[in-house]
Structures are given as C-alpha cells and as structure tokens.
Write a protein of this length. Structure first.
Length: 419
C-alpha cells in the first residue's frame, strides 16, 4: 500500500549537527500528537507506566509511550474486541506506540534457551555456528524439537507460543496479519511491522533466514495496514553481521514505511551495537524517523543520537526506580543503601521534577523503600522519568546550538565518573 505525500511528511528535520549525524526533528502523528526529537520513549507494557498516574505523565514531560502488543493481546484475550483504545484507557493525549510481538519471539524463545538478553552485552563466544549447525537448528525448530526453556516455534508464516505465564497448554499463533489487526484495535499512533528478533548466539545463516522472514512479513504488513491514522514502522534486522545489516537496511529502507526501527541482536559489545547503527543508517531515508528498540543506557543514547537515531525505548528509568536506582547528572546511585539514611538533600540538587519540588529527600525516600512503601517506587519513578526527558531536552538544545559533541563529552564524563 503506497502512502500519500501528506502521510510521508510526518517527520520534519529542524536542525542538523554540523559534525555528526545528530539532528533535531518533530514527529507529528495523525491524531494530532507532536513530539520533539531526539526523545526517550517510556515503557507502558500493559497500557500503564507502572506506578504512575495519567497526570504524572504530563508532569514528567513524557511525550511518547510504547506498549506491548503481545502482552496486551494475551492479557485481554476475548475482551480485545471491546478494548476502547490505548489513549482512552491510559487517559493520555501524547503519542503512543506499540511493538509487533517480535521481541517476544526472542525473549520467550532463544532468549531463554541461550540465556541471553538483548540489552545485556557479554564477551565473544569461542565460535560462531556454521551453516550445518544453523540448518540443523532450523529443521529442529520446524519439527518442534526445542530446548525445554524455549516456548516459541518460528515458522515461515508466523510464530507459535506456549507461554506458561498465561497457562498455555496448546500453542497460540501470531503472524503479520494478526499483529497488525491487534495493533489497529489497540489504537496506537505508531505500530511496528511483525519481525523475528534473533539471538546474539545465532549463527550467520540462521540470522539470514530470520532476516528474510522479517522482510516477507514487512511486505505483508504494508499490504495489510488499513488505518490511515496509524504510522507503520519497518524493522531492520540482520544481527551483528555487516552484510546482513546493510542488506536489511537497504531493503526495509526502500519500502514505503512511515518510519524505521533498528531491532534484533546488536552484538556482543557496545562497539558492535554502534557499528550496527553505522552500517544501517546510510540506507534509511533521512526524512523519516529512526527508532532504536530496547536501548536506553545514557552512553548508548548519546552514541545513538550521534549516529542519527531519533527515538529510544527502554525500561531503565522505570524499572530501576522501582528498585531504588536514582539517576542524576553525576551518575546513578542506589537510594536504598544505608549511606542515604541521614542525607536531607534532594535526589538531585536543583532538580524540579514533581518529587523533588515537593520536598522529597534522599533520607525520606530511603525510609519509604526500607518500609516497603509503594510510594517510594512511585516517587523514584517520577524523578527518573523526568530526568530522562529533561536530558533529551538538553541534548536537543545542544544540537540546536551546534555544541552536541562537547555536551556529549561533558555529560559522559560526569555520568560515568568513578565513584
């Protein structure tokens, strides 16, 4: 399905950095939401940013949220047809995105079998599986002979899940068409094409076959998309293999998507991830938004922006907050440690987040966590979400003022300094 000229102009570049690929832009969605980029996408897996209320999202300057298609689909079950839409349910007027379910192909499948995480980088393995190993693996999957921890079967036409979290006794099926129809019903502003997210432990040939499946499914998603008020993003795959990443970016980038996301395995090191971005970006249209899926460490944000990424999503601000991890411009600290017991100072000096302006101190937050008071997690989340959104604003400002490289160097020295 070809997109109209009006639909193709949803992303506008406002300013380009003179020395890097960093840029400031505006992303406008058909329902009227508008986002200044680079921006951080907060995670609201089941149509809620955990611990926060709708009014909190406004107070923390949150402009975009991503929810999880797979978990909403499984959680809603036969109630999905009556679902009112994410904006109504979340009481949120900002931009909402949904993933495709492709990440769960990995996280419930080979993520478990290989005991790896996409965001947990690890040392190089001693060897890379060869052609026959990958072929045997592919045949084994098709025959349903998988590790007991692996609850996913990926076939040429889609993926089958047997998820103990939902009491599955039989496999349930998700493919490109079903993913698109679910996302249309959820009513997000930005939806993603169905893809296969591979493991860092997969070999070249399995990664290539998975990439080709992703490309076929991407074409189907474009053909199936029916709602003009939703932007559809294609996903670049190919693991950490240069020729595959370039091929995938070239093929996906040539399709008439409204924007693009970079997903899948990003290698065995941070340097691998940055190379993946450098291999992919030349093939993705400059006038469309680019999203880096599931990445949110501070250094990775700066490195991604430097290489042309516009938006990021990650659970770091919210998940770490619920466990006492507090982010500041001088790095991250754990407020649950006893050293904070008597510190009558704000979480971050000069911070104007909703928690700090109301007089929250390290000592007060320490006490809340010590007493297992849920308000502690909420206040910590308010602070972290505001901090990440404010940091993105400062990054945008540095690009507008042609000082992004200097700002990047200054902030990384502060945030990553040894305690």
């Amino acid at each position: 399905m070809l997109l109209s000229k009006e639909e193709e102009s949803m992303f506008q570049i406002v300013k380009k950095d003179k020395r890097t690929l960093a840029r400031v832009g505006t992303l406008t969605v058909p329902h009227g939401g508008r986002l200044e980029t680079p921006a951080f996408t907060m995670v609201g897996t089941r149509a809620k940013v955990i611990t926060l209320e709708p009014e909190d999202l406004i107070k923390t300057k949150t402009g975009i949220i991503i929810s999880n298609t797979y978990h909403l689909w499984r959680g809603l079950g036969d109630k999905l047809p009556q679902f009112k839409g994410l904006h109504d349910v979340m009481q949120y007027d900002g931009i909402i995105a949904t993933d495709s379910g492709g990440f769960q192909v990995f996280s419930l499948g080979f993520g478990r079998e290989h005991e790896v995480s996409k965001v947990g980088f690890f040392p190089e393995s001693n060897s890379t599986p060869g052609f026959f190993s990958d072929l045997f693996l592919q045949i084994r999957i098709w025959l349903g002979i998988t590790n007991s921890r692996n609850s996913v079967r990926v076939m040429p036409w889609g993926a089958y899940f047997k998820d103990e979290n939902y009491g599955d006794k039989k496999f349930v099926f998700l493919d490109a068409e079903k993913s698109i129809r679910i996302q249309e019903k959820l009513g997000a502003d930005i939806i993603l094409a169905f893809d296969e997210c591979t493991s860092p432990r997969h070999g070249y040939w399995y990664t290539k076959w998975a990439m080709n499946r992703t490309h076929r499914w991407a074409k189907l998603c474009l053909e199936l998309k029916a709602r003009p008020k939703q932007l559809l993003y294609g996903i670049v795959q190919g693991g950490a293999f240069e020729d595959l990443r370039r091929e995938s970016a070239r093929i996906i980038g040539s399709m008439p998507f409204d924007g693009f996301a970079i997903g899948g395995s990003l290698g065995n090191s941070k340097e691998d991830m940055y190379k993946v971005l450098e291999w992919s970006m030349p093939y993705l249209p400059e006038d469309k938004s680019r999203h880096l899926l599931g990445i949110g460490q501070i250094r990775d944000i700066f490195e991604g922006v430097q290489r042309g990424v516009d938006t990021f999503d990650c659970v770091i601000p919210t998940r770490e907050a619920r466990h006492g991890g507090i982010w500041t411009y001088d790095g991250r600290y754990d407020v649950t440690k006893g050293s904070n017991k008597n510190i009558e100072a704000p979480l971050l000096e000069g911070c104007v987040c909703p928690a700090c302006v109301d007089g929250l101190t390290r000592a007060k937050l320490y006490e809340l966590f010590k007493n297992k008071d849920r308000e502690g997690g909420r206040l910590a989340t308010l602070h972290n979400v505001y901090f990440f959104n404010e940091l993105m604003g400062k990054i945008r400002q540095s690009i507008m003022e042609d000082r992004f490289p200097e700002y990047k160097e200054e902030m990384l020295k502060r945030i990553e300094k040894k305690k």
